[in-house]
Design a protein around this ligand. Sequence first.
Ligand code: PLP
Length: 374
Amino acid sequence: MRFQTKNVHFPEKMNAHEVSKTKPIYQTTAFAFQDLEDMESFYEGNKSYFYTRMGNPNTDDLAKGVADLEGAEMGVTSSSGLSAILAGVLAVAKSGDHIVATEDLYGGTYQLFSHELKEFGIEVSFVDCSNREAIEKEIKENTVLLYTESITNPLLRVEDLEGIVKIAAVHNLKTMVDNTFATPYLIRPHEVGADMVVHSATKYIGGHSDVSAGVLTGSKELMARAKNKISTLGSNLGPFDGWLGTRGLKTLSLRMERQCANAQKLADALKGLSAVKKVFYPQAAAPNGNGAIVTIELTDDQDIFAFSKKLQWIKIVPTLAGVETSISYPVGTSHRPLPKEMREKLGVTDRMIRISVGIEDAEDIIDVFQNALA
Ligand SMILES: *Cc1c(COP(=O)(O)O)cnc(C)c1O
């Protein structure tokens, strides 16, 4: 080999991962075939990897890890929670179809459903998913999917998934549940019959606010369809992000255990404060906890902007679920895309703060809020 060739083709030891304790990052766009016979064997289904847009060991680890926790046959990953939602929707709905979705939706999902899906020719009706008759009333000839969230945002209503799945079964509809806030640590929608579960793995699955990712779980048949959408639309997850998500996933139960316990303590402490009009925190969401998000509504005399300046080490961020406690202002961020009338109907007010409780010492978290609201 001459210099330039040597520069490119230095010997890289392949299969070194056989001895490494953690999975290496397969930061590669494609996988080489030994010969053309080997290539044929991919098309015969005897080989897993071919081109990273269609599959990669690191993103598959994350998909498998979440699918196992959710109790699903299969999982698929994508570039974000929203792209996973889109892939799940497109796995069951096409132009001319209709979807019934909860009105208490994450803002980005609302925008996807109300604007983008419309342009795909898919129509969405928004209903109060806690009201059985309201759901039934919206179901039409061309309805194919019932879509909801297991714990809603920011009001933290725990949906009756079993009831929703029953309605869907009567009308032969598929069901899809956004389980981002609950995580499979608390709620596993497949256990009551949900067809698809979706996660913004950007939140608790990743857990460290350093990766944007989505995971969708369900039957092999549905996931094969969703995976095909993801690779064709090009909304696949990158190998490093899959690796980060997998690393985060391993501590999910430890983080959730601590974060739920801290959230319960914070919710109890905030209830006693005169500056707090209402504390939103689920009761009996799951046997092992009620989630790690606490939403508070301040009394009318409180200056919410002044409050936001007194949060010491707590950051104001348009996200949630990291190991550090943070707050967000739903009206200014996640719920900004929702029309004002819809926000008012849902009861999402401009005096609400959503707290994502972290893994710190509960007493320190409580101190910050008590001082800021004193
Ligand atoms: C953040 C979030 C999403 C969107 O996820 P991205 O990873 O930001 O695309 C969807 N649903 C819920 C409940 C969320 O919190």
